[in-house]
Design a binder for this molecule. Sequence first.
Ligand SMILES: [Zn+2]
Length: 99
Amino acid sequence: MCVLLGIAVVTISFRTACFALVLAVGLGVLGLIQLHFASQVRCPLCLVPPLATRNCSRNRRAGRLFGSYRLRVSCAVIGTGRFRCPYCGEVTRVEPHIR
Ligand SMILES: [Zn+2]
């Protein structure tokens, strides 16, 4: 990483390298936030988080969107307010759970 950043500083402008560094750190922080929230959302039937990657076997009816199970679940929640769990195959309506 440091070698690549050093090469970037030498071959491109300092401003572009700073922008790339800020972008890389920002994407890393967004990834950590996504991991945190994705692990908290769980299917009410099988209790597996459908937005996080697990090594469990998926249901044979689980569909993908552009090759991603998580993207399909996300689009279904945003578009229809319900999703089919890729692990148990159960259709669930999304409701906010206030503690
Ligand atoms: Zn499930």
